[in-house]
Design a protein around this ligand. Structure first.
Ligand SMILES: NC(=O)c1ccc[n+]([C@@H]2O[C@H](COP(=O)([O-])OP(=O)(O)OC[C@H]3O[C@@H](n4cnc5c(N)ncnc54)[C@H](O)[C@@H]3O)[C@@H](O)[C@H]2O)c1
Ligand SMILES: OC[C@@H](O)C(O)[C@H](O)CO
Length: 301
């Protein structure tokens, strides 16, 4: 039995941790030291956190997305497609990314994530332009604060449509491409600390529900798609200092949020990007159906 476990483990190691390109510039002695490590540790030293393949980011020209995009490129993605309702507003920021990563193909498309036909077309175009879709980060989202007693039902519907149904439409379109490519894939949904508890003082029932539903969407898709080598995880950011939190009536709320957070401040998109990289890299190969809260400890009060 021990032998069979060992050979199973060897086979798994070969499948999950294939050889990686060696980092440049290490001495033969240093390489030999690394060679003597356990395979997992060896791999970690040689770039367990590196990313391979092409990534699609929805809400791709938003505040968090632009920072995540840069981190994904820094860690090795070979191509990037940014999908957003409004690409024009971030033209300069996208150009700055192209200037910084001239050898990487960076494309944008104006797409409403609630429009299934448009999303499917954008995923097809990504495969044509970049060669494959290997990773998807769903960041498209809207807030909309309103008291439940007064909120127009159209507002409720739009928030759920963009945040929840939009994420499902994008995840499914990307997963269909990943399944037909046969190389697995990585999908990240963006929930929120608002998926875990009712934030205060702003009334935002639709947002809270839309993000809470994403946690179960993440778990359900993780269960269904693991057999294809696709992982589905989510991140739950706390309050990040982005335009999303600058809406009408939120100035006073920001003071309350900081007072209730042990860290006493909002987060920066850069403080989220590392978790995204980990989930997309080979370091995250056995992470599936998980949610990671990044909120400075805000959820503990
Ligand atoms: N900023 C925060 O504090 C915070 C906290 C928790 C979760 N989040 C989530 O993170 C994500 C990104 O937030 P952000 O702070 O970068 O906000 P942002 O407003 O800067 O980015 C959101 C992007 O989504 C795009 N978008 C909106 N509706 C769309 C649609 N129908 N189709 C395609 N694109 C659409 C917007 O144009 C925008 O570029 C959102 O899902 C948000 O709910 C943010
Ligand atoms: O939980 C924080 C965010 O989801 C969001 O930015 C906030 O709740 C918007 O009001």
């Amino acid at each position: 039995m021990a032998t069979s476990h060992a050979s199973d483990r060897d086979a798994l190691t070969k499948r999950v941790l294939p050889e990686m390109t060696l980092a440049q510039g290490r001495s033969p002695a240093a390489e030999a030291r690394i060679d003597s490590l356990h395979p997992a540790a060896r791999d970690s030293v040689r770039g367990r956190f590196s990313i391979a393949g092409n990534a699609v980011i929805t809400g791709g020209t938003g505040a968090i997305a632009m920072v995540v995009a840069k981190a994904v490129l820094q860690h090795g993605a070979s191509g990037l497609m940014l999908l957003d309702l409004n690409v024009e507003a971030s033209r300069d920021a996208v150009q700055a990314l192209r200037d910084e990563f001239p050898d990487v193909k960076i494309e944008t498309r104006e797409v409403d994530v609630t429009d299934e036909e448009a999303v499917t077309k954008a995923i097809d175009e990504t495969v044509k332009a970049l060669g494959s879709v290997d990773m998807l980060v769903c960041l498209a989202g809207i807030v909309g604060c309103a008291h439940a007693l007064d909120m127009p039902i159209s507002q409720w519907r739009r928030v759920l449509d963009v945040n929840t149904t939009g994420a499902f439409i994008c995840a499914r379109a990307a997963a269909r491409a990943m399944v037909s490519q046969g190389n697995g894939g990585r999908i990240i949904l963006t929930a929120s600390i608002s998926a875990h508890r009712v934030n205060f003082p702003q009334p935002q029932v639709a947002y809270n529900v839309s993000k809470g539903a994403l946690l179960m969407l993440k778990s359900s898709l993780a269960a269904e798609w693991a057999r294809y080598g696709i992982t589905v995880n989510s991140i739950s950011p706390g309050y990040m200092d982005t335009v999303l939190n600058e809406g009408e009536g939120l100035a006073a709320a920001r003071k309350v949020w900081n007072e209730r957070n042990p860290s006493g401040r909002m987060g920066l998109p850069e403080e989220l990007a590392g978790v995204v990289v980990m989930m997309l890299s080979r370091a995250g190969s056995y992470m599936n159906g998980a949610d990671v809260v990044v909120d400075g400890g805000g959820h503990v009060f």
